[in-house]
Design a protein around this ligand. Structure first.
Ligand SMILES: C[S@@+](CC[C@H](N)C(=O)[O-])C[C@H]1O[C@@H](n2cnc3c(N)ncnc32)[C@H](O)[C@@H]1O
Length: 236
């Protein structure tokens, strides 16, 4: 099977246990990463009325929910929140949990939007799984309005060799695959996670790649032992 299709099938297989496994593996702190991403993006965008937020690789829809909750909290009117994902299993869970949002079965490289029509695109823990990453970044640029924002949450490759990094490596490579496998009953999927991070970019490499495509990064921060990185980049 083709590599991209294999990844999508893997997410179909773990879709039913994805949410619970996620909470266990991140000790629930992914919630604060998501909240922070939405709040900062709303602050940078600085508009109290937004037409479209697209959450790409939306999976079971968590980010869509955060965009709505944080909009309410920040008194921002968002007309449409739209989730996109190529895994039918993940989207089935999202649709059942969050019937108030629109969802489309599609890839990051083929978004169901007109040119320059989207205000904010988010992709959380998704871009690592997109094989044609450069094509996806170009597609994000196509659909974003001028000055639109791209919000990326991702596990980026470690560049340091200090004690914190060793601790992080130990957790990601030795503990996480075992717990993930146990909760989801799919050991292969949770071995894929640290392997895919090793094969991915560092935060700096991703920022440079985005710059070449026409995004300038307004904000970059790694948190929780640098396990997770938030990038907020603007279409220029
Ligand atoms: C780790 S999950 C993240 C889900 C969700 N965004 C979250 O934060 O929990 C990765 C998601 O990427 C999706 N994915 C894989 N390949 C993709 C592609 N080419 N384009 C868009 N999404 C993709 C998978 O189906 C899966 O739902």
């Amino acid at each position: 099977m083709e590599k991209q299709q294999k990844i999508i099938s893997m997410f179909n297989e773990i879709s039913k246990t994805y949410d619970i496994t996620n909470r266990v593996l991140s000790f629930g702190v992914d919630k604060s990463w998501r909240r922070m991403a939405c709040d900062l993006a709303y602050k940078f965008y600085d508009k109290n009325s937004i037409e479209i937020i697209a959450d790409v690789a939306c999976g079971t829809g968590d980010m869509c929910e955060y965009w709505q909750k944080r909009a309410n909290k920040n008194k921002i009117d968002v007309k449409t929140i739209h989730g996109i994902d190529p895994s039918s299993g993940m989207l089935d869970v999202a649709k059942q949990k969050l019937p108030q949002f629109s969802f489309t079965l599609s890839s990051a490289t083929n978004l169901p939007f007109e040119d320059e029509s989207v205000d904010i695109i988010s992709i959380s823990y998704g871009i690592r799984n997109v094989i044609d990453r450069i094509d996806a970044f170009k597609e994000f640029r196509r659909v974003l309005k001028p000055n639109g924002l791209l919000v990326i949450l991702e596990f980026t490759k470690n560049e340091k060799d200090d004690f914190r990094s060793k601790l992080r490596e130990f957790y990601m490579k030795k503990i996480l695959p075992k717990i993930g496998g146990l909760v989801s009953k799919n050991y292969e999927a949770y071995q894929y996670l640290p392997d895919s991070i090793d094969n991915f970019l560092s935060a700096k490499m991703m920022r440079d790649e985005l710059q070449e495509i026409g995004f300038i990064t307004k904000y970059q921060k790694s948190f929780s032992f640098d396990i997770s990185t938030l990038l907020i980049s603007q279409k220029v």
